[in-house]
Design a binder for this molecule. Structure first.
Ligand code: FES
Length: 153
């Protein structure tokens, strides 16, 4: 009794946390292994790409997995605005978790900002987003690394 160190807990957290990518997320990631939702990207040329999005993946990853041209210069680390997407339907926009400060800061730099703009790397596929349509603006501003385009994973 009384042997617990200050700050220790009964849950057995280990100090080291594995970090696999530089990606940074503002909201919690839902998990539903194996489940997908339907997402439609409208690309810069107005072409529609209806693709399956595994629950828990962000729209930047989904775009790259399906060869949809969404830039994502910082690879999801909230340091650019090149993954800017516009949610076409306000109903879906309202279902998204609120953007965090970092996302809002980056959105301020986005070209063609709209009322329903979000960063694609921060929009996580979740059941309630099944059927969402997002438009990729005709241009993006890349303050991160000019001309750098990460390869799809
Ligand atoms: S890819 Fe840079 S903020 Fe989303």
């Amino acid at each position: 009794m009384g042997s617990a160190l200050p700050g220790s807990s009964a849950s057995g957290h280990s100090a080291g946390r594995a970090v696999h990518t530089t990606a940074k997320l503002c909201s919690d990631v839902p998990s539903a292994p194996g489940e997908t939702i339907s997402v439609t990207f409208v690309d810069k040329d107005g072409l529609e790409h209806n693709v399956p999005a595994p629950i828990g993946k962000n729209l930047l990853e989904v775009a790259h997995d399906n060869e949809v041209d969404l830039e994502g210069a910082c690879e999801g680390s909230l340091a650019c605005s090149t993954c800017h997407v516009i949610v076409e339907n306000e109903e879906y926009y309202k279902k998204l978790p609120e953007p965090c400060e970092d996302e809002l800061d980056m959105l301020d730099l986005a070209f063609g900002l709209s009322e329903t703009s979000r960063l694609g790397c921060q929009v996580i596929a979740a059941r309630e987003l099944d059927g969402i349509r997002v438009r990729i603006p005709a241009a993006s501003r890349n303050f991160y690394v000019d001309g750098h385009k990460p390869k799809p994973h």
